[in-house]
Design a protein around this ligand. Structure first.
Ligand SMILES: Cc1cc2nc3c(=O)[nH]c(=O)nc-3n(C[C@H](O)[C@H](O)[C@H](O)COP(=O)(O)OP(=O)(O)OC[C@H]3O[C@@H](n4cnc5c(N)ncnc54)[C@H](O)[C@@H]3O)c2cc1C
Length: 393
């Protein structure tokens, strides 16, 4: 079989990682991104790449570069809104167990790293508007009169994927998870954010997360539940300062230190898991396939895992010469659909816990976390999340 020709719609983390992986597997790949420049604000400034995501980037040969732009996290500390510890978990210990550390990373820097690998095969300002698949290939339309032919189309075009809409014509829109994340990145050397620590503070119907991105920058998000909107004319920082008034350090200082234009509100959505991602020579990847809330910090990690597994399956089919694109997509789904569905469900469940408002329910939740978190909740979630199947294949 000659090298398969692959078109990827979407130059987010998933699409770019897919292109890197597929190229390494021998495919010829072009990524079409609708944005005129690689921007990243729409779904978060900072990102945590857990052990599984780091292992996936290792498969792509990118770990040395990741080490340069990432900041190692060694500890995951949960507090209640009075600052009392609910759980304190050693990520450093888990790094030994899972053979990879956890990094926080600036999303634009990760994008830039992946985009550099793709070079001229990333076409910006190119929006997929339609596709038609047949027995031998797929014809993809990018704007008026621009068509390309390929063996495979990968829809990595995010939450409101046009490729997914083309496959599932009558699907309802994504479901709102009931909360909005207000994200800030600030330059704050010597801020009160402890070194190498993921600090998560839970209250009633709201929570606050912060961690360092490097020695000088801190990422934070303050998450507000149902019905919280920023009234017209009100500076969102004023509203956040009020909503998190009296919360423990360094939360008030982080909000106060954030510039007026540096705060990005992101309403959070997901979709119920799909049983199939592929039809003929078209498949989905990343948020297009399995959008999830960010309560496990796994959206990007799962997208990178998709990329690695898709490339392994396509590479194996190409190398054997016995199987084609359709067979490789069956292999991709067999390895990915259930795992991603579990992440979607667990993320949603965790998100629901953070929305609780009733004082008794919150007290019970916090007591439960204090008593069982280490032994039960986190350990189980960790085992589920880190159980990757692509290493050494
Ligand atoms: C607040 C917040 C915090 C998060 N934190 C984490 C975290 O800590 N760890 C983690 O792993 N995940 C996290 N996530 C999830 C993560 O951001 C996403 O899961 C991940 O970015 C998905 O990548 P993607 O490439 O699949 O989709 P996207 O990033 O949405 O990329 C899709 C791309 O496709 C392009 N596009 C759309 N339509 C078209 C079209 N028709 N033609 C061409 N291009 C198109 C878009 O412009 C976009 O660039 C977080 C999300 C949020 C909202």
């Amino acid at each position: 079989m000659t090298a398969p020709r692959v078109l990827v719609a979407g130059g987010g983390i998933g699409g770019l990682a897919a292109a890197v992986a597929l190229r390494r597997a021998g495919a010829s790949v072009t990524v079409h991104e609708r944005a005129a420049e690689l921007r990243s604000a729409q779904s978060g400034h900072g990102l945590v790449l857990w052990h599984n995501a780091v292992l996936a980037l290792r498969e792509l040969g990118l770990e040395p570069e990741l080490r340069k732009i990432g900041y190692e996290l060694h500890r995951h500390r949960f507090r209640d809104r009075r600052g009392r510890t609910l759980a304190d978990w050693s990520m450093a210990r888990m790094a030994e167990r899972f053979d990879a550390p956890v990094y926080s990373v600036s999303r634009p820097r990760l994008h830039a790293l992946l985009a550099e690998e793709i070079g001229d095969d990333l076409v910006l300002g190119s929006r997929l508007t339609g596709f038609a698949a047949d027995r031998d290939g797929v014809t993809v339309t990018f704007g008026p009169g621009r068509e390309e032919r390929a063996d495979l189309l990968v829809g990595a075009d995010g939450l409101r994927s046009a490729v997914r809409a083309g496959l599932l014509a009558h699907e309802p829109p994504p479901r709102y998870a009931g909360f909005t994340a207000f994200q800030g990145v600030i330059w704050l050397p010597g801020s009160g954010v402890p070194e190498h620590t993921f600090l998560s503070t839970w209250g009633r119907g709201r929570w606050f997360v912060c961690y360092r991105l490097d020695d000088e920058h801190v990422y934070w998000d303050g998450v507000l539940g149902d019905g919280v909107t920023v009234p017209i004319g009100v500076d969102p920082r004023t509203m956040l300062a009020r909503e998190f008034d009296g919360w423990p350090d360094p939360i008030p200082a982080l909000i106060a230190a954030t510039g007026p234009g540096d705060l990005v509100p992101v309403p959070v959505f997901d979709r119920p898991p799909l049983a199939r991602w592929s039809h003929g020579r078209v498949t989905l990847l990343g948020d297009a396939a399995h959008p999830m809330t960010f309560n496990l910090g796994q959206g990007a990690g799962q997208a990178i895992e998709d990329a690695v597994v898709l490339a392994q399956e396509l590479g194996a089919a190409t190398a054997s010469g016995q199987a084609g694109v359709a067979e490789s997509l069956a292999g991709y789904e067999a390895r990915r659909v259930d795992r991603a569905a579990r992440m979607v469900r667990r993320s949603r469940f965790n998100g629901e816990l953070t929305r609780w408002r009733h004082p008794l329910a919150v007290a019970a939740r916090d007591a439960f976390m204090r008593a069982t978190f280490d032994r039960l909740i986190y350990r189980k979630t960790y085992e589920l999340t880190m159980a990757v199947d692509f290493v050494g294949r």
